[in-house]
Design a protein around this ligand. Structure first.
Ligand code: ADP
Length: 362
């Protein structure tokens, strides 16, 4: 099957036709100029056609066009310039030839830089995709040895249960189980991160209140364990992949629960401003120092804290990737020791579809 023509190739036709049209116009002005024996400033027609020719058809047609228009200008001057001295005439021609050569040179330089930039960004996008696919495959394939690790650690734990006097065995079983859990957390976070890159043909409209309710259900054990209280204002219906929306809220609410020393008080809300919604997830946790508020969105970035919290350092990087995928932004405001508020924006649905769901406190 022949490769499909790229978009830039497809749109090449229209500007080249346009530049020929400009050239025709300038010839018309040129003829009028001769017919009326009047000075008409038609050279302005040439500049766009030289630039467009160079840009869309390449260096040679651009160069040819520059010589052609300079000649045309020269002829036009000759036609009306019987009273001018030949010296002035030639000088005028040379100045125009130089001007067009400069226009041509500048246009071709800009064109080359744009092409180079286009190539580089394509290459970057390709290598990014390759990396994401690699991360997904690696994380996926690591699940099977991890399952083996889990079953052996269970086996060891059973053995240590039947021989409690063997302290070494208990320690080993415990260490393996802890490492396997940490690895499982990392793999899950990596898989979530890789999921963000996946193409989707159609983005469905999703009731975010429903998504958050499901997330809270899945965090039920941690909520009960920490005696947390989660309150939710009405959330909108938006065009976002429900799986990704779930990962986004799961990470933010999960962090709010985790990075808190007292009973967590978490509040979710959303306000609409013009074409976007700003969401917030507030907590009364340990807070984040000012100098770290941008850094925490970097992959694998974990802040040194008094107490050790489990985590992969991938959660907020994933949140940022999800939000940016839909053209939004994410940031945090915080008072260390008092709590943090994570904000993110998402584009609103068109007016006719946007709606607020009923109030759904958790
Ligand atoms: P992790 O898996 O370690 O939680 P994240 O990417 O989710 O990784 O978060 C990065 C770092 O940001 C965390 O290690 C923690 O120090 C800080 N952090 C994230 N959320 C909060 C929060 N709600 N309160 C305080 N610190 C937070």
């Amino acid at each position: 099957m022949p490769p499909e023509r790229s978009l830039s190739e497809k749109i090449k036709i229209a500007p080249s036709l346009f530049c020929f049209f400009l050239l025709l116009c300038s010839f018309l002005a040129f003829s009028l100029d001769i017919a009326t024996r009047d000075m008409i400033a038609f050279d302005v027609f040439y500049f766009p056609s030289v630039m467009l020719m160079t840009w869309y058809l390449g260096d040679r047609p651009g160069r040819l066009m520059a010589v052609l228009v300079a000649l045309l200008w020269f002829l036009a001057q000759a036609d009306v310039g019987f009273s001018l001295s030949t010296r002035t005439l030639l000088l005028d021609g040379v100045v125009h030839l130089l001007t067009f050569a400069l226009v041509f040179w500048l246009t071709s330089r800009v064109r080359q830089s744009a092409m180079l930039l286009g190539l580089r960004s394509k290459e970057l996008a390709r290598s990014n995709l390759e990396l994401e696919q690699f991360a997904f495959k690696a994380a996926h394939d690591l699940q099977s040895p991890l399952a083996t690790l889990f079953s052996y650690s269970e086996f060891l734990a059973e053995k240590s249960g039947s021989a409690p006097e063997d302290g070494k065995l208990t320690l080993c079983a415990d260490a393996i189980s802890k490492s396997a859990n940490r690895m499982s957390l990392m793999i899950k976070a990596l898989l979530d991160y890789a999921k963000v890159a996946k193409e989707e043909k159609e983005v469905p409209s999703v009731d975010l209140s429903k998504v958050v309710r499901e997330v809270i259900e899945s965090l039920d054990a941690a909520i009960t364990d920490k005696k947390a209280e989660v309150t939710i204002d009405p959330l909108p219906v938006l065009a976002i992949n429900p799986g990704l929306a779930g990962i986004l809220f799961q990470n933010l609410i999960g962090n709010a629960l985790k990075y808190c020393e007292n009973a967590p008080r978490i509040h979710l809300s959303a306000v609409r401003k013009d074409k976007e919604w700003t969401f917030s997830v507030r907590d009364n946790g340990i807070g984040i120092p000012e100098e770290a508020r941008e850094r925490i969105f970097i992959m694998f970035e974990k802040l040194p804290t008094k107490r050790q919290y489990p985590g992969s350092g991938i959660g907020l990087a994933t949140c940022q990737k999800i939000v940016e995928r839909y053209g939004g932004r994410i940031w945090v405001e915080s008072k260390p020791g008092e709590g943090s508020a994570f904000f993110f924006t998402l584009p609103a649905l068109r007016a006719e579809n946007a709606s607020l769901t009923s109030r759904n406190p958790a």
